[in-house]
Write a protein that binds this ligand. Structure first.
Ligand code: HDE
Length: 684
């Protein structure tokens, strides 16, 4: 019997390896033997030594001792969820990939979001690139789109990846700093490779501190190929567009969040899915021909370049909805194994040298991380279509292939699987020829033009954040030569940026003189690159923090709750103490959190509504005054009741309606309108 038949006999997909729980709820050993006492080890007498014979103790402790597997060498900190992808219509013109043909079909997906540099226990809101990896369980096999939330990358050739990662990870002698690029080894390395300049602009921008996984774009980064039934080949770049819009934290807020709630992003995703507020993204491609690509003033095989949307607009393909949290973090999120080499018929690679290196690396890393070539048999990694071949044995083989034949071709087993020349995966027949060489193409030499285009496409406030990010990170570099070299690169990107950062570092006029390998060109700004130029005005998916006290007006509270929910946002009630309190009608209110546990950094906008007595009392407490000051400093919209005026005064927060500090006694219209702007960017 082939593997396929055996799979069918056992059941499908995730059910395949689920062990049956004992119907009587019996606790058993791993051998299924019922355990009579799980509290006490076997000893000689009540106070005597333990016996080696205690097989139950040894089994339990040994299993525990081996619970950890190596964390991912990059992207160790991540969080996943299940959902589905659905095409809007047939995309047969572009590709024959089955999951992009029928708008009635929902293809199951598993997504894992991650940070790159930090270890598995590092905080969520670190300044970093975010991984955005999607496994499509298609009817033709698994397709992994393993992308990031930034459309370009630091390096052009995979051979530099170990150096890049070693430079950003904690220094090998002292093992710090954790989850940060703000240190000498990173900036020394990137300042020596000008190809990283474009990516550095993105990583120093707000993109690297997303508000939520749900509010993040995703990109396939490399150029891929799509092939249709007729064999026509189109080049594509993949984009994921979040339904909620793309939003970010501000740096100081991220710093606070990392202390107050290191699980900020995973908690946000988990809560949204648990409450039925399912996150959604649109999958789009930029599709273009080889001939069109030849006319671009950059090389589409260079992963440090993007294709401006003004040059090639996005074609929407379908939507992805995440609607189920995992049952078990380790079994699913930790053991999920993505490989860019997992493609299905109709999708193919390009010669991007970074992509080509990745095609090797991921399979290799899964072998070391999951310990066996049979990692595809782990339920989260199993295709939801039949698997049928003659690969055999290996560590942790869980399939039980039968029959005497394990080779192909054969004439001994009629039921054995055979190749499918027409429908099986085949590579695009692209002609290739050339000498063997180690070289970088001339067409990859311009490292500054797109970095400049990105910087100059930003709003003023976005540019200020980039300068702030650079100054923070370079300020942590103790080596002056590294700072000077970086300032030299910034000067080539934009003189104003170089000046801003130089001033912040107290190093005006100290930039190195760097000669670019190719002339730096001015290009038209690309408005699509600015996050906040195109941000939707919405409160959807956001969180409003209400600071209130005992005796709050019950009707007012209910109407605030309603107003917030109508906008698709959630209200979190914060009180001076963690226990329940009474509203004006005597009803019990259980706060979601309390002042000492929930700084205002955790919310997108805030309302303060203490009773008059409590307002005076809170004004004398640092925690309450800081709560407000911080919200004001983080440019958040603040709603306040009349009774809160003294608290605002005590906190030194001016009640200026024109600056997004708005009264909410008479209704919530103004407050909601302001809050939809996300932040009051021009607040002094
Ligand atoms: Fe990865 N990368 N990467 N990477 N990458 C891994 O694979 C690697 C790159 C990305 O949630 C590793 O399973 C090389 C670009 C994501 O499980 C490893 C190069 C992009 C994830 C690896 C790159 C990514 C990884 C570590 C340069 C965006 C997390 C654990 C050639 C397009 C997937 C693992 C998850 C993970 C290698 C560059 C995205 C070692 C060699 C560019 C989202 O295989």
């Amino acid at each position: 019997m082939s593997d396929t038949k055996k799979n069918e006999a056992l059941g499908k997909g995730g059910e395949l390896h689920q062990h049956a729980a004992s119907p009587e709820g019996r606790l058993t050993s791993n051998q299924g033997v019922a355990v009579s006492d799980d509290q006490n080890t076997l000893t000689v007498g009540p106070r005597g030594p333990q016996l080696l014979e205690d097989h139950l103790l040894r089994e339990k402790i040994t299993h525990f001792d081996h619970e950890r597997i190596p964390e991912r060498v990059v992207h160790a900190r991540g969080y996943g969820a299940h959902g589905y992808f659905q095409a809007y219509e047939s995309h047969a013109k572009l590709t024959k990939a089955d999951f992009l043909q029928d708008p009635a079909v929902q293809t199951p997906v598993f997504v894992r979001f991650s940070t790159v540099a930090g270890s598995a226990g590092s905080p969520d809101a670190a300044r970093d690139v975010r991984g955005f990896a999607v496994k499509f369980y298609t009817s033709e096999g698994n397709y992994d789109l393993v992308g990031n939330n930034i459309p370009v990358f630091f390096i052009q050739d995979a051979i530099k990846f170990p150096d890049l990662i070693h430079s950003v990870k904690p220094a090998p002698d002292r093992d710090f700093p954790q989850a940060q690029s703000a240190h000498d080894t990173f900036w020394d390395f990137v300042s020596l490779i000008p190809e990283s300049m474009h990516m550095l602009m993105w990583v120093m921008s707000d993109r690297a501190i997303p508000r939520s996984f749900r509010m993040m774009e995703g990109f396939g980064v490399h150029t891929f190929r799509m092939i249709n039934e007729q064999g026509d080949v189109t080049l594509v770049k993949f984009h994921w567009r979040p339904k909620l819009g793309t939003f970010s934290l501000v740096w100081d807020e991220a710093v606070v969040i990392n202390g107050a709630d290191p699980d900020f992003h995973r908690r946000d995703l988990w809560n949204a899915i648990e409450s039925g507020d399912y996150p959604e993204w649109e999958l789009c491609v930029q599709a273009f021909t080889e001939e069109e690509a030849a006319g671009f003033n950059f090389d589409v095989l260079d992963p440090t370049k993007l294709v401006p949307e003004e040059l090639v607009p996005l074609t929407p393909l379908g939507k992805m909805v995440l609607n189920r949290n995992v049952d078990n973090f380790f079994a699913e999120t930790e053991q999920v194994a993505f490989c860019p080499s997992h493609v299905v018929p109709g999708i193919d690679f390009s010669n991007d040298p970074l992509l080509q290196g990745r095609l090797f690396s991921y399979l290799d890393t899964q072998l070391s991380r999951l310990g066996s070539p049979n990692f595809h048999q782990i339920p989260i990694n199993q295709p939801k279509c039949p698997i049928s071949n003659f690969q055999r044995d290996g560590h942790m083989q869980t399939f039980v292939p039968t029959g005497r034949v394990a080779n192909e071709p054969n004439t001994l087993d009629d039921g054995a699987p055979r190749e499918c020349p027409k429908t099986g995966f085949s590579s695009a027949p692209v002609p290739e020829a050339g000498d063997k060489m180690r070289t970088r193409p001339e067409s990859f030499a311009d490292h500054y033009t797109q970095a400049r285009q990105f910087y100059r496409s930003m709003l003023d406030v976005e540019q200020e954040h980039i300068a702030g990010g650079l100054a923070f990170e370079l300020g942590k570099c103790k080596e002056l030569k590294v700072r000077k070299r970086m300032l030299g690169h910034l000067k080539l990107i934009d003189e104003g940026l170089c000046e801003d950062v130089s001033k912040k570092l107290g190093m005006v006029g100290m930039a190195d003189d760097i000669k670019p390998a190719a002339p730096v060109r001015d290009s038209e700004p690309s408005p699509a690159l600015s996050q906040y130029k195109k941000a939707p005005q919405t409160l959807m998916g956001k969180k409003v923090g209400l600071l209130t006290t005992d005796g709050v007006d019950a009707k007012w509270l209910a109407s605030l709750q309603k107003a917030v929910e109508e906008e698709g946002a959630t209200l979190a009630i914060i009180a001076p103490a963690a226990g329940p309190f009474a509203d004006s009608s005597g009803g019990e209110v259980t706060p979601d959190d309390f002042l000492d546990g929930a700084p205002s950094a955790l919310f997108d906008c805030v309302v303060v509504a203490p009773t008059a007595d409590d307002s005076a009392m809170l004004g004398k407490q640092q925690a309450a005054a800081n709560w407000l000051r911080m919200a004001h400093g983080h440019l958040k919209v603040i709603g306040y009741t009349k009774a809160a005026e003294s608290l605002l005064d005590d906190a030194g927060v001016p009640a200026e309606a024109g600056q997004g500090v708005v009264a909410v006694d008479g209704g919530f219209g103004d407050f909601i309108d302001w809050s939809k702007k996300h932040r009051v960017w021009d607040r002094p």
